[in-house]
Structure formats: structure tokens, C-alpha cells
Design a protein around this ligand. Structure first.
Ligand code: ATP
Ligand code: MG
Length: 484
């Protein structure tokens, strides 16, 4: 039974539970107040009856003493008996009016006897046969004479009964009104909470794979500061989920684009390899003099594919650098590295005059020389590949504010400002068709940026018509490298 009640209580809504608690509390208060009021009323009325009995007896005692008869005012349904008490025996005097005595006077006689031995008035409550509950009072009129009066108690019981009925009705109505009103108010107060539950349910039914943003927010006002706090926390949580989903969706989108671009870029040299292989086969049978040419092209395409794959692999490893950084840092001189890169550039790109701007004689840093050389080569190659022949190129090294800077500047066509940030994106080329003709896949700057960032540095571009400048900034502090 208790278990069932407990289960029913647990299944109740919060509003109903609170209303029930309110009802129990009010009922307890009403019961305590009602009991106190009733008890006080009953005691008060009884005390008043006792006083009334005493007053009546004073007048009547005087009349008995003076005239030997009961005089004065008599109340309706009260009883009066006069006894002569001698040696413990009480003899009832004949009443003036038979209605002064009840049918059974046993209690009266007993009280008269008791009074004879007592020094003060005796009071007693007795049930008179055929009459009901009575309050009896005995007093000594004069030595040997005792007056016993009795007043009915049913008047008091009547009044108290009516009081109890009145209280029950009033308290009952107040309780019903309180519970009904309280439940209404609680329901209104708790509505924001159920609204929030609805919002949460809406989110559950929303397909998150469809779009990254949650279309739901909780925006109803009201409910007090606590509900406001909860609403703010709830919406902040939604905002947070939204942001995380957006970041994830963006990462997924980028990955998808990267995979698509990578496959596309790999397909182009692969198609060429296939084509040259077919041509080689044909030439082997029909035109042997063409064979070497096709073979050389085949090798070149395979080499291009190899470079592309190397770049992709390096980028993937740099992306996973938290796990294992692909750098092998040692102490090396940046100026010397720049000098080596410049020498190689002069040897391979004689069409582009290169100037090394005089700067510090040596900038020793902790870095991976092979990777920094790759960055420099990429920048210098771009300065040669994406500019017309004869465009002058210059490279400069400087140290300032705890950082070493290498800038590669060319006087070429420049990079439109709209593309300036995007050139570091993977597979991004300003002029797709032309860049690809030059053999570029658009990975060079992405690789350069990943490598520089793995060194704790930054790479920036400033390009306007008439020149492009790439600046690599590397920290001179040793701690910048993730791997010691
Ligand atoms: P890859 O380097 O992979 O062989 P790529 O040179 O085309 O190919 P990035 O080095 O990433 O790729 O360069 C991205 C794009 O930025 C280039 O396609 C080119 O349009 C532009 N760009 C880079 N350097 C210069 C420059 N010095 N002057 C003008 N445009 C440049
Ligand atoms: Mg390049």
C-alpha cells in the first residue's frame, strides 16, 4: 500500500506535488488552530456557567436563610434542591415547585453530603438520568442546610458543536481555494521549465546531420531570476553545442574538399602517365626515335606525382603534430640557410636576378634546417614561377623584437588582396589554369605555412600590383619548438 502510494507520488507532476504539500501544511495549521479555538471556547463557556451558578446560589441562599424558601430568579431547565444535613445524613426538603427537582436526585443527595464535610463549595459534572449532562454546585446556606443547583451543559455543547461545524466549513473552503489557487500559480510559475523541456525535445527531434546549426532557442520571458538564470544557462549551452557543431561541420567540409582536390590533382598526372605509357607502347613498335621522349615525359609526370604525394604526406603529418611532430630541430644558422637557398636558386633559375640584401652575419636558431630550407625554396620558386622572366627577386634576413625575419620579395604581378589570405589554403591557386600549366598544385604555400607554424612562427604575405613579399617570422627563443 505504502509502496503504491510512493509510486503514485513519484509519478505526480512537480506542480501537483507542491500543491499537495501546500494542502497538507494548511490542513495541519487549520487543525491546530481549530483545536486550540474549540478548547478555549469550551473552557470559557464552562467557567462562565460556573460563575452563573455561583451568582444564582448567592441570591437563593439569602432567600432560604431569610424566608426559608427559594426566592429570586430561576432559570429554565435548571434544578434546585435544599437539604438538611445532620450527622452525615441529607434529607431533601419538599420543593416549592415539583419542576425544581429531576426524577433522580441521587447525585444531588451525594453532593449535599459531600458539601457537609467540605469547607468550600463543591462542583461536579454529572449525567442526570433522563435529563442529560449537568453541572452541579453545592453550597452551605447556613449550618446544616445545603443548597444544590444544577445547570444543563447541552447549551455549551451546542455552541461548541456549531463552532466546530463553522470551522470545518470555513477551513474546508479555504483549503479548496488555497489548493486550487496554489496549483494555478505553481503551474504558471513552472511553465518556463516545461517550455524548456519542450525546447530540449525539439532539439532531439531535429536532424543534426542535416545542418550544423540548431534552429531552436528558448526565448520566452518571465518566471523570476532563477528561471532566467536557467534559461540563460540553457541557451548558452545550445550556443556552445552550435559552435562545436559548426566547427566540426567546417572541419568535415574542409576535409571533404581536401580529399576531392587531392584526388583531382592526383588524377591529372595519373592520366598523363597512362597517356604517355600508351604513346610509349605505340612508339616502341612504330617510331623508335620517339620512345625516349615519351619515357622522359612519363618519368617527369611520375616525379610530379611523387612530389605531390610527398607534400600531402608532410601536411598530414604536420596536422597530426600533437601526436608526433615531424621536425628534427638542431641549432643552425638562418643566414647560412638563406645563402644556400639563394645559391640553388641562382643555379636553377638564371632568368631571375636574385639579390641577397645585406643583414646580420649570422642568426643561430633552433630549427629543422631541411624543413626551413623547403620553405625558402617554395617561396623562391614561387617568385620565379609566378612572375614573368627577368623579374628581379630579393631576399633579406633581419632580427628584431625576439624574432628573426626572412622576406622574399619579387617585382612580379603581385597577388590581388582578395586572394592574399587564401593563397595559404591547400590547393588554392590565384589563376588556376595558368598555375597548373606551370606545374603547380597549390600546395607549396600550405606546406610552408604548416612548417613555419610547427616552428612556432608565422608566415604572411603582402601583395599589391608591382610586387609580392612573403615574410617568415621565427621566434629566436628555443622553447618555441614543440620538440626539444
Ligand atoms: P606548388 O607550389 O604546389 O607547386 P603553386 O605554386 O601554384 O603550386 P602555392 O605555392 O601554394 O602553389 O601558391 C599558391 C598560389 O599563389 C599560386 O598558384 C599563385 O597563383 C600565387 N602566388 C604564390 N606566390 C606568388 C608570387 N610570388 N607572385 C604571384 N603569385 C604568387
Ligand atoms: Mg609554389
Amino acid at each position: 500500500m505504502i509502496a503504491r502510494l510512493r509510486r503514485a507520488y513519484r509519478a505526480m507532476r512537480l506542480g501537483t506535488r507542491l500543491a499537495l504539500g501546500l494542502a497538507v501544511l494548511s490542513l495541519t495549521v487549520f487543525a491546530v488552530v481549530g483545536t486550540a479555538l474549540t478548547t478555549y471556547m469550551r473552557d470559557y463557556l464552562a467557567a462562565q456557567l460556573d460563575t452563573q451558578l455561583a451568582h444564582g446560589q448567592i441570591a437563593q441562599s439569602k432567600s432560604i436563610a431569610d424566608h426559608g424558601t427559594l426566592g429570586g430568579k430561576k432559570y429554565y431547565s435548571w434544578f434546585y434542591a435544599v437539604y438538611d444535613v445532620t450527622d452525615g445524613r441529607a434529607v431533601l426538603r419538599t420543593p416549592e415547585d415539583p419542576a425544581d427537582l429531576p426524577d433522580d436526585v441521587g447525585d444531588f443527595t451525594a453532593l449535599a453530603r459531600a458539601q457537609a464535610g467540605a469547607h468550600r463549595e463543591v462542583l461536579r459534572t454529572a449525567h442526570l438520568r433522563g435529563e442529560g449532562e449537568y453541572r452541579l454546585r453545592a453550597c452551605e446556606v447556613e449550618p446544616g442546610v445545603v443548597l444544590v443547583s444544577a445547570a444543563p451543559l447541552d447549551g455549551i455543547e451546542d455552541t461548541v458543536g456549531r463552532l466546530i461545524t463553522l470551522q470545518a466549513v470555513t477551513f474546508g473552503l479555504a483549503l479548496v481555494a488555497l489548493v486550487a489557487l496554489g496549483r494555478g500559480m505553481l503551474r504558471r510559475g513552472l511553465r518556463p521549465l516545461s517550455d524548456m523541456a519542450h525546447t530540449a525535445r525539439d532539439i532531439t527531434s531535429h536532424d543534426l546531420t542535416d545542418s550544423a546549426r540548431l534552429p531552436v532557442r528558448h526565448d520566452r520571458r518571465g518566471g523570476g531570476p532563477e528561471v532566467e538564470e536557467l534559461r540563460t544557462a540553457f541557451n548558452t549551452m545550445l550556443e556552445h553545442i552550435d559552435d562545436s557543431l559548426a566547427v566540426r561541420a567546417e572541419a568535415e567540409r574542409r576535409l571533404r574538399r581536401f580529399v576531392a582536390d587531392a584526388s583531382h590533382e592526383l588524377r591529372t598526372p595519373l592520366m598523363s602517365v597512362r597517356g604517355y605509357a600508351d604513346l610509349f607502347q605505340y612508339a616502341a613498335a612504330n617510331a623508335p626515335e620517339e620512345r625516349e621522349r615519351h619515357l622522359a615525359r612519363l618519368r617527369a609526370e611520375a616525379a610530379r606525382m611523387g612530389v605531390l604525394l610527398d607534400d600531402l604526406l608532410l601536411l598530414a603529418r604536420l596536422d597530426a603534430a600533437d601526436v608526433e611532430t615531424p621536425l628534427r630541430p638542431v641549432r643552425a644558422d638562418l643566414v647560412e640557410l638563406v645563402g644556400q637557398a639563394a645559391d640553388a636558386f641562382r643555379a636553377t633559375r638564371p632568368g631571375h636576378p636574385l639579390t641577397v640584401v645585406p643583414g646580420p652575419r649570422s642568426v643561430p636558431l633552433r630549427l629543422d634546417p631541411q624543413r626551413i630550407r623547403q620553405v625558402l625554396d617554395n617561396l623562391l620558386t614561387n617568385a620565379a614561377v609566378h612572375t614573368p622572366p627577368g623579374t628581379p627577386v630579393s631576399v633579406a634576413v633581419s632580427v628584431a623584437d625576439g624574432a628573426a625575419r626572412v622576406s622574399v620579395t619579387d617585382a612580379g604581378p603581385g597577388i590581388p588582396p582578395a586572394d592574399a589570405e587564401r593563397v595559404f589554403d591547400r590547393f588554392y591557386r590565384v589563376d588556376k589554369a595558368r598555375s597548373r600549366d606551370r606545374g603547380g598544385s597549390g600546395l607549396g604555400l600550405a606546406v610552408a605555412r604548416s612548417l613555419v607554424e610547427a616552428h612556432g612562427g608565422r608566415i604572411t604575405v603582402s601583395g599589391q600590383p608591382g610586387g609580392t613579399r612573403f615574410t617568415v617570422t621565427l621566434p629566436t627563443t628555443a622553447q618555441a619548438l614543440t620538440n626539444p
